[in-house]
Write a protein that binds this ligand. Structure first.
Ligand SMILES: [Zn+2]
Length: 91
């Protein structure tokens, strides 16, 4: 089974990044809807990197080299947080 590895990394990084970002930007919304929007937006801005999933484990540890580096993903996520929080679509 194939998985988009970028998605795996984004899922892993988003929650801690959001709580860190919220410390200096207390106005941002971190509701489920906004979190999903942030993920979708960030994923749309990064080309997918497909990996083959083996026995339910994708890779033992996050391999940031595969995806252009942790800093790259962080900056895409922060861009997405800023866009979503300036135009939130939650009810
Ligand atoms: Zn929200």
């Amino acid at each position: 089974m194939y998985r988009n590895y970028i998605e795996v990394v984004v899922n892993e990084m988003l929650t801690p990044l959001l709580s860190e970002y919220k410390k200096t930007n207390p106005d941002i919304c971190t509701c489920d809807k906004c979190s999903e929007d942030i993920k979708a937006l960030a994923l749309n801005n990064m080309p997918p990197q497909y990996v083959v999933e083996e026995k339910g484990n994708i890779l033992k540890r996050v391999d940031y080299d595969l995806i252009g580096g942790r800093a790259h993903v962080t900056s895409e996520l922060i861009k997405a947080i800023q866009i979503v929080s300036s135009n939130p679509k939650h009810g």
